[in-house]
Write a protein that binds this ligand. Structure first.
Ligand code: NI
Length: 169
């Protein structure tokens, strides 16, 4: 397994639209393992392939608390089948280090995807899991959490991250 480099906003590769995975091959499974390791190491609750510069429709999520056993969820070629209700969550993103902003999302979603073995599954989710699924699914279309914020907030966040990038060695 290997830790992958996480792209930071405003890296233009975060805006690319990911392509469907043609087949869940051993190479894809290795990528999924590397993405999971990268997410746990960060640490974060979700990571999309586009955040590590891979244009494929894959994301991983684990919303288990630190004192709970890990529960890795792998979504390959995900499709959001239903969105219902609304909720507002204070979201972060590994591509926006140090940023947390309130974002409005659906309260409940139903998603269909392939798992790490290439088997289809459907999942209903609410609360944080529903937020994470919507956030990561957006990444696959090049949509970022800042797109849900006001132009002013987006500008301030862009400035903050540019400052961080120039301060780091
Ligand atoms: Ni994100």
């Amino acid at each position: 397994m290997a830790r992958l480099e996480i792209l930071r906003y405003p890296d233009p590769r975060l805006r690319e639209v990911a392509e469907p995975v043609a087949a869940v091959t051993p190479e894809i499974q290795r990528l999924v393992e590397d993405m999971a390791e990268t997410m746990y190491d960060a640490p974060g609750v979700g990571l999309a392939a586009t955040q590590v510069g891979v244009k494929l429709r894959i994301f991983v999520i684990d919303i288990a608390d630190e004192d709970e056993p890990s529960n890795l969820l792998v979504f390959i070629n995900p499709e959001l089948l239903e969105r219902e209700g609304t909720q507002i969550w204070n979201e972060g993103c590994l591509s926006f280090p140090g940023v947390a902003e309130e974002v409005k999302r659906a309260e409940h979603v139903r998603v269909r995807a392939l798992d790490a073995q290439g088997q289809p599954f459907e999942l209903e989710a609410e609360g944080l899991l529903a937020v994470a699924i919507q956030h990561e699914n957006d990444h696959l279309d090049g949509v970022l959490m800042v797109d849900k914020l006001s132009a002013l907030k987006r500008k301030l966040i862009g400035r903050k991250l540019a400052k961080q990038a120039s301060a780091s060695p």
